[in-house]
Ligand binder design. Sequence first.
Ligand SMILES: C[S@@+](CC[C@H](N)C(=O)[O-])C[C@H]1O[C@@H](n2cnc3c(N)ncnc32)[C@H](O)[C@@H]1O
Length: 184
Amino acid sequence: MTGGVTDPFAKIRAATNAHRARHGCGAHPYDNGPLLAALAAAADARRILELGTALGYTAMSFASGASDATVDTIERDSEHVRLARENIVGASLDHRITVHEGDFATILPTLDPGYDVAFFDGHTPSPGLHKTLRGLLRTGGTLITANLNHGGTADAVRKALFDGKSWRSALIDEDGETAISVKL
Ligand SMILES: C[S@@+](CC[C@H](N)C(=O)[O-])C[C@H]1O[C@@H](n2cnc3c(N)ncnc32)[C@H](O)[C@@H]1O
């Protein structure tokens, strides 16, 4: 859903869809990289954290939007990590994007807090990871949470995002899939 806007990483997005068809994995690329690039630019982000790299489409979108930012992105599937690193080198963004190989729950505690922007795109969000992400984000930082319409544990995360106390949140699509939230 890029609305006719040129997406510099459209080929990586297409390659992610093709990879998923072959691999039978859950590498569904986010549908609007240019939106993420614009959000990173609007936040004047210096440090960005992503959960769910797949083949690097959204990590590269963030890095292109905020040209002074570094991006830490986490992925546990070793084939995805290999392909993402290859794509990131191909786009000459490897000096600003680090792909951390491992489970979110293992990698997150090793990272320094103070992120300006964080993006959850690792299948269904859960309250435990959401709490950890909040701790890593600076006050006033921006959290983007995808897959909020998955049901199950996602419902509790949506409730936390819209409780009116801890976050200033809005849904950014019609089907309620993604929220953008500022940490209060
Ligand atoms: C929806 S895809 C990410 C898509 C990517 N952001 C993009 O737009 O191209 C989710 C990715 O998260 C990874 N993932 C899911 N759960 C994970 C976990 N607990 N730890 C690390 N990676 C995980 C999957 O292997 C998959 O590559």
